[in-house]
Design a protein around this ligand. Structure first.
Ligand code: SF4
Ligand code: SF4
Length: 527
């Protein structure tokens, strides 16, 4: 690294051999647990001794980094600015300094805030550094003062967000994780859209002058989804039942993309699943967890776990990448809580992404060879205990042709965080007539990243512009994305280029094929 913090070539500073000092990340039950206090989980604060890392777990996790720099080329913020401190290696260095007692300065907090949490660095790291756990912990230092009694605060010279920054976060988190409030917000939004006021406001420079966050929210606001019938508590399997699953409806997904949930339930039912959809669902905690609001995430996780326990399902299918990724981390989140640790671990083991579950159930090539069975399968020899013993028995619902050239976008929390790339592609390629194009950007983040596009609108916009250009270059007529945030972000970026490309979820494409609908049902969906 030079004196300005710019990085040298990967592998330059610190040297370090491949694999030295590292443990493989993401092994079930493996890795170092961030033991925490009852009720809080995470072990960042509240234990005897207080402070940010009383048991040294975070230092140990950071110590796995051998400074090789292999993560640098895949990091979107490093790609944008070429700054070492905006790379995974640089951020780990900053975290280590703070753990060693350095003040959490404004500059350090800004470098941590600029991280998208896209996790592209995790699979790229040959040493298995669990950056996801490090950044989630580090975010709590600036976000969740209740979790860091030993940390500095503004009164003793430490970091404190600006009033505007705090207000923006407070506004976002008082609405987004609450489906009812989010739904209430869609009322005025729809009225404004009907009158064309949204366009008028968007074109004026007023929102940007008042608040870039507000301007970003207006820019990203989706068109009204129209009337969609509520899903019943049970969508029964068509034909012979081969699984019983729960389904998460999600907050952003449920409010802005209700048709995705309808399609998910229909596809699962068509493939022989009883789909149980608990009523009164709330947020799973993903947005809070990824933003460092750990105590909020813990509360929402416990609520979600209890809800699906009451539903009595052995598998929970999730169609939103960010939600699935967070729910698979429940075990880590609640590891230090004796009343919840086992329940959280059990729930994490039952969570399956929609494409992951379906590929396992139907034995698509990517699913048949997977590491985990389709939890909840009750087919031949199945015991609903998490094992697809028969390795999938093929799709039972015929696929009808969908002649369309589509491009599949890897949501970061599906591709990088959950390692699910092959399954959705295999499911889509099995549809007759569907031609699947690939972006040429290696799956770099689109800039959505939870609420990042609201909190860091300029950076998000730059990444959105890049993503839209690569997607347009594929010549596809349809974009397929499995995360509501990505769908909104990319659709907005494409529209800004004057490109009108419809966006659909993997479940909607499969649903259209199974029902024998024309391509126009996806490219010109009903409002
Ligand atoms: S999570 Fe993404 S943005 Fe953050 S350091 Fe890793 S690659 Fe870079
Ligand atoms: S995080 Fe991994 S890839 Fe990046 S510098 Fe450290 S050891 Fe190398």
């Amino acid at each position: 690294m030079d004196g300005h913090g710019r990085a040298g070539p990967p592998g330059d500073p610190g040297g370090g051999g491949l694999g030295s000092g590292g443990e493989l990340a993401g092994e079930p039950g493996g890795g170092r647990g961030l033991a925490g206090e009852p009720g809080g989980g995470g072990g960042l604060a509240g234990e005897p001794g207080g402070g940010r890392d009383p048991f040294g777990e975070l230092r140990a996790l950071a110590g796995d980094c051998v400074h090789c720099g292999f993560c640098l080329p895949v990091c979107p913020t490093y790609q944008l600015w070429g700054e070492e401190m905006d790379s995974p290696r640089g951020r780990i260095h900053l975290m280590t300094q703070v753990l060693d007692g350095a003040e959490l300065s404004d500059a350090t907090a800004e470098h941590l805030d600029r991280c998208l949490g896209c996790m592209a660095c995790v699979p790229a790291c040959p040493s298995g550094v669990q950056y996801n756990r490090l950044i989630e912990a580090a975010r709590t230092w600036v976000e969740d003062p209740g979790e860091r009694p030993g940390a500095h605060d503004a009164e003793d010279g430490g970091y404190s967000r600006t009033l505007r920054g705090r207000a923006a976060r407070a506004a976002i988190f008082s609405v987004f994780p609450h489906p009812r409030r989010l739904r209430l917000l869609t009322g005025p939004l729809r009225a404004a859209q009907r009158m064309g006021l949204d366009e008028l406001i968007r074109r004026s420079s007023l929102p940007g002058r008042v608040s870039p966050e507000l301007e970003a929210a207006l820019r990203l606001a989706p068109p009204r989804p129209g009337r969609v019938p509520r899903l019943p508590a049970l969508v029964p399997a068509r034909g012979q039942r081969r699984a019983v699953v729960g389904m998460l409806t999600g907050c952003v997904q449920g409010v802005f993309f209700p048709r995705v949930n309808t399609a998910t339930a229909r596809v699962l039912a068509a493939e022989g699943c009883d789909v149980i959809i608990p009523t009164g669902q709330g947020c799973c905690g993903a947005l809070s967890l990824h933003a460092g609001r750990r105590s909020e995430a813990v509360r929402l996780a416990k609520r979600t776990i209890a809800m699906f326990e009451r539903a009595g399902v052995a598998a929970v299918v999730v169609n939103s990448a960010g939600c699935g990724s967070a729910m698979k981390e429940y075990g880590q989140l609640l590891a230090g809580d004796p009343d919840w640790a086992a329940r959280a671990e059990a729930m994490a083991g039952q969570v399956r992404d929609f494409a992951e579950f379906l590929a396992e159930l139907t034995g698509e090539p990517a699913g048949a060879g997977g590491t985990a069975g389709a939890a909840g399968t009750v087919g031949t020899g199945g015991t609903a205990d998490g094992g697809a013993r028969d390795g999938g028995s093929g799709p039972v619902a015929p696929r009808h042709p969908l002649p369309v050239r589509a491009v599949y976008h890897d949501a970061c929390h599906l591709g990088h965080a959950q390692g699910i790339k092959a399954q959705p592609r295999a499911l889509l390629r099995a549809i007759p007539g569907l031609e699947l194009a690939e972006t040429g950007d290696g799956g770099v983040c689109c800039g959505s990243a939870g609420v990042y596009n609201l909190l860091q609108p300029q950076t998000a916009r730059e990444l959105g512009v890049r993503k839209a250009a690569t997607i347009e270059a594929t010549g596809a007529e349809l974009l397929i994305s499995a995360n509501p945030g990505c769908s909104l972000q990319i659709a907005t970026a494409l529209a800004a280029r004057g490109v009108s490309m419809p966006v659909a979820h993997t479940a909607q494409v499969l649903d259209a094929s199974i029902r024998g609908l024309p391509v126009s049902s996806l490219t010109r969906p009903a409002r």
